[in-house]
Design a protein around this ligand. Structure first.
Ligand code: SF4
Length: 459
């Protein structure tokens, strides 16, 4: 089926409003530092009492140089000794976290994100891998993924990653054109990216994801086509094609970009429509939001089988694992509580020096949150709601509970984004571009004033 209808641009204009990405519900905006400290103790005793399946996220905040478009939590430095100090503290945190878990808790997924995980030297990566294996029980089939900056990675890094169990790599590319790279101050010859992809395959790290960004300065349809053609030649399993969110008031480094070089919103929408169409024609399934995967990839299979999940790292194939986030700014996530670590490196170190978990902010999920989370995640991951299933899972009649929301879905239905049926509703292929908009109908927090300015646009 062709992905788009001819009036897609009109729909994008209509629905392109600020909205959450729903890697969680409630979103990270609900995290607060004025929480009842007893909540953490209660949560720990629940985690300790039953073995669970978990996912570990490690935030490595350091980067060698600043990319001007960057919106991540990072620290720019060339001093790799800072990696050793950081690992000292990650080990302190792992020691504290380990005792918060039941001894038979298994790790099914590990992810290194940043910043730049490969800022760490091969020896530092080996040290981190060794520590993880000594503090946690790693399941033999665990997925272990690492974000790689191809600009400063050699064979030693790849060997170290292989040794510690890495089996999936995400290569940050963004754009392969010289003038775009110059405009964003991220100089990355494509041959270097190809070299790293070849090294990964040589050392049997077979699963490769590529990250691109649309909406960057100097990008045109022709130049973005070249970027996609370049990375298609690497035959990746998955693509993430992120929208560049220009919010210099929140991300001051973006003020360095020349705003006159940014594509207009019309041009940006053209880039998006082109990317979705081109990648789907090239054989990649549109998973949702900004993600594409080959037909044979686990994400495509999970989408088809209705087993796709979503967490703070995006889409995941692993059944809803509890997530334990380690390192500064990381977020942990379980069915009752989301908790974020200190975002400031010194505060993160100080908390660990005093022998305390470095948790700074928390949101506890109410029963209402849990019900709405179920609906929002099913929209984001399955693109459908089944009222019987909802009744089985919650004991509630969907049409009664969400009668006002169903009324509000009539407009997107008339626009062809979903089909309302007697026993549920289903997002149409065209509606998959607007998953966030449909999920927003069920978000109770969006009426709060601060939410109106906190999110990037939905498309
Ligand atoms: S885009 Fe990535 S590599 Fe560049 S500054 Fe941000 S986190 Fe670091």
């Amino acid at each position: 089926m062709k992905f788009y209808q001819s009036d897609v641009f009109g729909l994008i204009h209509k629905y392109n409003v600020p909205g959450p990405r729903y890697t969680s519900y409630p979103t990270a905006l609900q995290l607060t530092d004025s929480f009842d400290k007893g909540l953490i103790d209660k949560d720990v005793s629940e985690r300790q009492s039953v073995p669970r399946s978990i996912s570990l996220y490690f935030h490595i905040p350091f980067c060698f140089s600043l990319c001007w478009y960057c919106g991540c939590t990072k620290i720019i430095t060339k001093d790799q000794d800072r990696g050793d100090v950081y690992l000292d503290y990650l080990e302190k945190e792992m020691e504290l976290r380990k005792v918060t878990l039941h001894p038979e808790t298994d790790v099914h997924q590990i992810h290194f994100g940043g910043g730049t995980p490969t800022f760490l030297t091969p020896e530092q990566l080996r040290r981190l891998g060794k520590s993880i294996h000594s503090y946690f029980n790693i399941h033999p089939d665990a997925e272990f993924s690492v974000e790689i900056d191809p600009r400063r990675v050699g064979e030693d890094h790849i060997l170290a990653l292989k040794e510690i169990g890495c089996n999936r790599a995400s290569l940050g590319v963004q754009d392969t054109n010289d003038d775009v790279q110059e405009a964003i101050r991220r100089i990355q010859p494509f041959e270097q990216t190809r070299f790293v992809a070849d090294l990964l395959r040589k050392h049997d790290i077979k699963h490769i994801n590529i990250d691109l960004i649309y909406g960057l300065p100097k990008q045109t349809l022709a130049s973005f086509k070249k970027s996609i053609d370049d990375v298609l030649s690497l035959d990746p399993d998955r693509f993430a094609v992120y929208s560049y969110a220009h919010i210099p008031s929140i991300m001051p480094s973006q003020k360095l970009l020349n705003e006159a070089d940014l594509p207009t919103s019309e041009e940006k929408l053209n880039l998006l429509v082109f990317a979705v169409d081109y990648l789907t024609r090239a054989g990649y399934n549109y998973i949702g939001m900004d993600h594409f995967a080959k037909e044979s990839d686990e994400l495509s299979i999970a989408l088809k089988e209705g087993t796709l999940h979503r967490n703070f790292q995006g889409y995941s194939t692993r059944a809803e694992l509890e997530m334990l986030g380690l390192g500064m700014s990381s977020i942990s996530q379980n069915e009752n509580l989301y908790a974020q670590n200190e975002k400031d490196l010194n505060n993160y170190y100080e908390r660990l020096d005093s022998g305390k978990l470095p948790v700074k902010k928390v949101v506890e999920l109410s029963e209402e949150d849990k019900i709405r989370k179920k609906v929002i995640m099913q929209i984001m991951c399955r693109g459908a709601i089944d009222y019987d299933r909802f009744l089985d899972e919650t004991g509630l009649v969907f049409k009664e509970k969400f009668s006002a929301e169903l009324e509000r879905l009539k407009e997107p239905e008339a626009d062809g984004l979903l089909s309302l049926m007697n026993n549920g509703f289903k997002i149409t292929p065209a509606g998959r571009l607007f998953l966030r908009n449909i999920a927003m109908v069920f978000d109770e927090y969006l009426t709060q004033k601060r939410h109106k300015t906190a999110y990037s646009k939905t498309v």
